[in-house]
Design a protein around this ligand. Structure first.
Ligand SMILES: Cc1cc2nc3c(=O)[nH]c(=O)nc-3n(C[C@H](O)[C@H](O)[C@H](O)COP(=O)(O)OP(=O)(O)OC[C@H]3O[C@@H](n4cnc5c(N)ncnc54)[C@H](O)[C@@H]3O)c2cc1C
Ligand code: SF4
Length: 347
């Protein structure tokens, strides 16, 4: 690891000032940054510890719930406001990493984590446009079983690794950012960027800006929401395909739907075509399959990762079918011995 200096800040303005210096980086849980420093992908000259900032609260505010950028993943997952009103968020966090990592990792750090593409982390011999712009992409004709089929470019096909970001994109989360120029708000769906010709630019966060909080708006489709993650092993693994889904049902008719995909795209993928295909339709597996087909029309295989196209469709159909058949916000959280009430149909 290269040399760096370290400062702990207790107030947001001081942190923003310290974080605005050249080659400065914030550190929260450190579970991603330290990893990347050890393999020399990241080499900040100044590290600004933000763990003492007062940004870890989870609270009700008008129209929704606000989650501080420093709230720990385990605290968010277990918070009653999140479990009851945004079950997809809680479920996405409960399948993230391991309990130990969730105790350390923060909301802001999770949204900012970098790709797990192995070429990105292997810097002794492989070209990687994200790590070294203009050097080429080793994955496009290399080992790409875990790579993206949506939102790719000739420069990069790496997936975005966050589970939380997928659920936040589906449920219309809004980030509050604070930097040297003051505060601004960005829709979560606009925060992460497609790679295009500049895969090294991954998000709409300017140097020195902090993710102060995440706002989750109340909505019927947020209350009836879920997250399904398919992976190579049942724990401690990133998604091959995942779906965050929310439904607002009138009887068995879909009033509104919210869908985002993970594990298959270069950014948390809001599935607008799938959502449009559901509105006004009956909540049936046939309709869900048509919605999946509509979204995956633009998917592109790079060889080894071609299986993800069908896997993503099946993941979406299963997630929506399960969701249509449970009461909002109850299914995964019924106490042991008390099975979750079932509506007996799609209503
Ligand atoms: C073995 C392993 C398995 C994992 N599995 C999963 C998984 O299945 N799903 C998943 O989603 N993740 C997974 N992760 C990733 C893990 O969730 C992230 O490492 C973690 O969420 C990062 O949070 P942190 O607070 O530790 O971030 P840090 O490492 O402290 O920071 C990461 C980046 O975010 C920046 N940053 C941190 N906080 C802020 C802020 N408030 N404002 C602006 N910038 C900020 C830092 O400068 C840094 O660039 C896994 C990690 C490991 C090591
Ligand atoms: S997919 Fe992206 S991160 Fe991976 S080698 Fe190619 S450019 Fe680098």
């Amino acid at each position: 690891m290269r040399e760096f200096d370290f400062v702990r800040e207790h107030e947001v303005p001081g942190a923003v000032k310290a974080g605005s210096r050249d080659a400065a980086k914030f550190i929260a849980g450190g579970t991603n940054l330290v990893d990347l420093m050890k393999c020399d992908v990241e080499h900040p000259a100044h590290i600004v510890d933000i763990n003492a900032l007062p940004l870890a609260t989870i609270e009700r505010v008008p129209g929704g719930v606000r989650v501080g950028g420093l709230a720990r993943l385990s605290d968010v997952a277990a918070h009653p406001l999140i479990m009851q009103n945004f079950p997809a968020i809680s479920q996405a966090l409960l399948v993230t990493a391991s309990p130990q990592i969730r105790n350390m990792a923060s909301v802001g750090g999770n949204l900012m984590q970098r790709t797990r593409c192995m070429y990105f982390r292997e810097l002794t011999w492989t070209p990687c446009n994200k790590r070294n712009p203009g050097s080429g992409c080793s994955a496009i004709e290399g080992e790409n079983r875990l790579h993206a089929v949506l939102g790719t470019s000739d420069a990069c096909i790496a997936t975005h690794p966050s589970d939380l970001a997928v659920a936040v994109a589906a449920l219309d989360g809004v980030l509050t950012l604070r930097g040297p120029a003051g505060e601004r708000k960005v829709n979560a769906t606009d925060f992460h960027l497609l790679p295009g010709n500049t895969p090294q630019i991954e998000h709409d966060l300017k140097h020195g800006e902090l993710i102060e909080s995440l706002f989750l708006p109340d909505a019927p489709h947020a209350k009836r929401s879920a997250y399904l993650k398919i992976r190579d092993r049942a724990a401690y693994e990133f998604a091959l395909a995942s779906a965050a889904v929310g439904l607002d049902l009138n009887g068995s008719t879909i009033r509104s739907a919210r869908i985002a995909f993970g594990g298959v795209a270069t950014k948390p993928w809001r599935a607008k075509f799938a959502e449009a295909a559901l509105v006004g339709q009956a909540a049936t597996p046939e309709v869900f399959r048509r919605a999946a087909e509509a979204e995956m029309k633009s998917a592109k295989s790079y060889g080894q990762n071609g299986f993800k196209i069908e896997l993503m469709k099946r993941t979406l159909v299963r997630a929506l079918t399960d969701l249509a058949n449970v009461e909002p916000a109850l299914s995964r959280f019924a106490p042991a011995g008390e099975p979750a009430p079932r509506s007996g149909g799609a209503a």
